[in-house]
Write a protein that binds this ligand. Structure first.
Ligand SMILES: Cc1cc2nc3c(=O)[nH]c(=O)nc-3n(C[C@H](O)[C@H](O)[C@H](O)COP(=O)(O)O)c2cc1C
Length: 188
């Protein structure tokens, strides 16, 4: 079994102008960069040009597909829009299938309200299962997100979120490691 660092990209799930989720993504990517057991990169739904007059694997973006294929796990940053997930996030996720199978996923909810994206996470869970992804049992929630970052986009209470992110990442690393072992060693 390979001991190379896990590759766990972060998907920023909204193209909205002025999105607060971008600050969340920046914080998570920067913190993961301090770990030596994980490599990451940001996947921004805004920058992937997939058609909107079709859906599914026929509009696969080669680079997104290759990145997910290489990944051991994913982190999805999902702002809560009318208690659901942004349409463009789902549209992008739907372009792949085999690339996700038996890989771990950690979910990060972002909302202006008090529930920190709990409802968008609940709505994503059945989607993750159908894609073949394996969810971890610890989520990240960014509650009242408009109050969490300063004007430069830095977290005001950084230590609290570093603690939560460490717990989340430790679980995601464990699940990603186990699943990588399984993909490499266990016949199906
Ligand atoms: C179309 C739309 C629907 C929204 N629905 C909710 C909602 O159901 N619950 C909530 O707490 N915030 C809701 N919000 C506010 C977002 O949670 C808020 O914009 C937050 O900053 C995260 O999204 P962002 O990354 O786009 O900024 C909504 C925002 C938009 C644009």
């Amino acid at each position: 079994m390979t001991n190379t660092p896990l590759f766990i990209p972060v998907i920023l799930g909204t193209p909205r102008q002025g999105r607060q989720s971008e600050h969340v993504a920046k914080f998570i990517v920067e913190q993961i960069a301090t770990r030596d057991d994980v490599e990451t990169e940001l996947i921004d739904v805004r920058t992937i040009a997939i058609p909107t007059n079709d859906a599914g694997e026929s509009i696969k973006d080669p680079q997104f597909s290759a990145t997910v294929e290489r990944a051991d796990g994913l982190i999805i940053i999902a702002p809560e829009y009318n208690h659901g997930y942004p349409g463009l996030l789902k549209h992008l996720l739907d372009t792949c299938l085999k690339e996700y199978i038996h890989k771990a996923v950690g979910l990060c909810g972002v909302s202006a309200g008090a529930f920190g994206g709990t409802r968008v996470i609940e709505n994503l869970l059945p989607v993750m299962r159908e894609l073949g992804l394996v969810t971890i049992f610890y989520d990240l929630n960014f509650t009242n997100v408009q109050d969490l970052f300063d004007e430069s986009g830095n977290l005001i209470d950084k230590q609290t979120y570093i603690r939560r992110l460490d717990k989340f990442m430790n679980e995601l690393v464990w699940m990603s490691t186990v699943l990588r072992y399984g993909r490499q060693k266990v016949n199906q």
